[in-house]
Design a protein around this ligand. Structure first.
Ligand code: ADP
Length: 224
């Protein structure tokens, strides 16, 4: 049932931009055949639909790659403080555009056994979500600390928060609180599903807490 639902959802998600692309093409070849200005506008719209398809396919491929390896323990040694600093740097442009500050607090190097690329993806997905949905709070905090024999990394935003009934479903594939808002911000609905799979593969845990009007907190705990 889950597999069938997933295939149906993924197909639907891909067909939507494809339908839009075909529609714009028809217009360019038909009504707007001799209208250069309209053509330029439609080509711009086509580009954003094509980008949306690419993001979806990238996320679907990430998900399937991670699922294939889910039962194989990752091998490398990764310093989460270094990864968190890297993500903050990668997102500095986006943060500036949104007029939002990303702060990083860490206890110094915290090394876990894992895949650096996958852990970058986890922290980046969480921080990107905090910026995409919570930038009205003007600040996103990334907090890294050791708690006994686990490393705990928290991404906290001070945005609108998420109503309690959505929290248990956020990591389901294609589950979105508000589909229009997610699409407008370039979301695919797969980011948190990817996060959950990677964290599982690292024998870790993801927890989500949120309060409407106050913001949200996404924490991962990975054995040191
Ligand atoms: P998307 O690609 O839509 O961002 P995700 O799986 O990353 O998909 O997130 C699923 C949904 O969870 C989002 O569409 C959004 O509704 C909600 N969400 C995720 N992070 C936050 C956040 N920090 N604040 C508010 N809502 C969030």
């Amino acid at each position: 049932r889950m597999r069938a639902d997933f295939v149906a959802n993924a197909s639907h998600e891909l067909r939507t931009p494809l339908t839009a692309l075909t529609g714009f093409l028809e217009t360019i070849l038909g009504a707007a055949r001799n209208d250069e200005k309209a053509q330029a506008r439609f080509l711009g719209l086509m580009r954003s639909q094509a980008e949306r398809m690419r993001r979806l396919i990238d996320d679907l491929l990430s998900l399937s790659r991670i699922e294939m390896n889910e039962h194989v323990r990752p091998q490398g040694e990764v310093d989460l403080a270094q990864v968190a600093a890297h993500v903050r740097d990668v997102l500095s442009g986006m943060a500036r555009e949104l007029d939002c500050e990303v702060t990083l607090t860490s206890d110094g190097p915290l090394t876990v056994t894992g895949s650096r690329d996958e852990l970058v993806q986890v922290i980046q997905n969480l921080a990107e979500n905090a910026l995409k949905y919570g930038s009205s709070g003007k600040r996103v905090d990334i907090i890294l600390r050791a708690d006994g024999d686990v490393a705990e990394l928290t991404v906290r935003d001070h945005g609108p928060g998420i109503a309690a009934e959505h929290l248990p479903r956020l990591t389901e594939r294609f589950y979105r609180v508000n589909v229009q808002e997610s699409r407008a911000r370039g979301g695919t609905g797969l980011g948190l599903a990817i996060v959950k799979h990677i964290v599982n593969r690292h024998r870790g845990r993801l927890s989500i807490t949120s309060e409407l009007g106050k913001g949200s907190e996404f924490s991962i705990r990975i054995p040191l």
